[in-house]
Design a protein around this ligand. Sequence first.
Ligand SMILES: [Zn+2]
Length: 77
Amino acid sequence: MADEVILGYCVKEKAQKPMKDPEEVVLKNGKHAIRGICASCGTKMMKFVSAKKADPAAPAVAPAPAVPGTPPTPKTA
Ligand SMILES: [Zn+2]
């Protein structure tokens, strides 16, 4: 799709590296992150992103992907 390069921090190389197969995920605490693989060495990497500062050009992401077996985040305050 978009040919924009997403940089993530590679813990193996201790440097910012282009991310391969980036995938936006929402963590249990509601924070958004981009998960992918280091295009340089293949190490899994994750980059935290601010949901409020979301790139308007970014494609819309479903807030809660329906994954069988994955219960929704309990909202117990
Ligand atoms: Zn790497």
